[in-house]
Design a binder for this molecule. Structure first.
Ligand SMILES: Cc1ncc(COP(=O)(O)O)c(C=O)c1O
Length: 319
């Protein structure tokens, strides 16, 4: 199945066919990137499809909107039900889900005054973002010549549409150089993150990752991996990461909703560790997938079952 075949979209409160989910060319978001979005994954579990960490994603969506002054006309509960309705309509057992809220059409002054806020949820099956083979083999990464924008330019912890031009430039540059992905540095020359992923290093029994002080989006996969790694007995240190830290790491991996946990095997032609997926990365990958697919019941609270219908109000019969 491709991106757009026989697919249903939730748009402003209604399920519409893919082809009917359109935006006018005068929409503010098209001109200025004035929208916020999320990326979540729905996994097949023995209880049916379930969205991984839906609450955290919707909280970040609302926080991203707040950072840009975008007032989403739906509650988190309504959006959660809309996500489930979209997945159900498409009869997907697993898929990627893309909620987006943006300023529509009412004028093209930079201030989006009077432009309505529209909300859309797309869903489609999406396999390994950086290639199926690379889940095992690991990706080849290059340092981007573009610097990750910092918080005096745009809110870095918000997932704003316009901010992704920074990521797009870096990703295009990496692809043109024959690499799988770009790594962006922050304004101080420390590592920020990939064009759409957070970074973890492995050194012995320790995992190292950075935080918002390095201009990263605080990934929900990152947060989940920190918890999973600690539960597995690894120490997780959060601090600045330099390129030297990466070059001398035993292992390195990316985390993100799209990439899940993807090993990094090379940086600008130099091998990281043994130049292949390391044992710690593999253990984290397995733990992540066991949690996301509901096989590890300790993390059942991270899953939002799609089949669950909203609770209907009614009378409780007295006997
Ligand atoms: C720039 C950037 N960093 C990190 C992430 C990872 O975030 P998450 O794990 O919440 O998907 C993403 C993916 O959304 C991203 O686009």
């Amino acid at each position: 199945m491709t991106f757009d075949q026989t697919n249903w979209v939730w748009m402003n409160g209604e399920i519409v066919p893919w082809g009917g989910a359109t935006v006018h060319v005068s929409a503010h978001t098209l001109h200025y990137g004035s929208g916020v979005f999320e990326g979540m994954r729905c996994y097949e579990t023995e209880d049916g499809p379930a969205v991984f960490r839906m609450d955290a994603h919707l909280e970040r969506l609302v926080a991203s909107a707040g950072a840009y002054g975008i007032r989403i006309p739906y509650s988190k509960e309504e959006l959660a039900e809309a996500v489930c309705a979209t997945i159900r309509s498409n009869e997907f057992s697993s898929c990627y889900v893309r909620p987006i809220c943006y300023h529509g059409s009412a004028g093209l002054a930079v201030h989006p005054r009077n432009c309505p806020v529209e909300a859309v949820i797309l869903a489609w099956p999406w396999g390994a973002y950086l290639g199926e083979d690379n889940i095992e083999r690991g990706v080849r990464v290059t340092v981007a010549s573009w610097t990750k924008f910092q918080s005096r330019m745009l809110p870095t912890t918000a997932k704003g549409c316009g901010g992704y031009l920074n990521s797009m430039l870096a990703a295009r540059e990496a692809a043109a150089g024959g690499y799988d992905e770009a790594l962006l540095l922050d304004e101080s020359g420390n590592i920020a993150e990939g064009s759409g992923e957070n970074l973890f290093l492995v050194r012995g029994d320790r995992l190292l990752t950075n935080d918002e002080r390095s201009s990263i989006l605080l990934g929900i996969t990152r947060d989940s991996v920190i918890e999973l790694a600690r539960d597995l007995g690894y120490e997780v240190e959060i601090g600045t990461l330099t390129l030297e830290d990466l070059r001398s790491a035993d292992e390195a991996f990316f985390t993100g909703t799209a990439v899940e946990v993807t090993p990094i095997r090379e940086l600008d032609g130099e091998m990281i560790g043994a130049g292949k997926r390391g044992p710690v990365t593999e253990r984290i990958q397995r733990a992540f997938l066991a949690a996301a697919s509901g096989r590890d019941k300790r993390y059942a609270g991270w899953l939002h079952l799609v089949a669950a219908q909203p609770v209907e109000m009614g009378f409780i019969a007295a006997d």
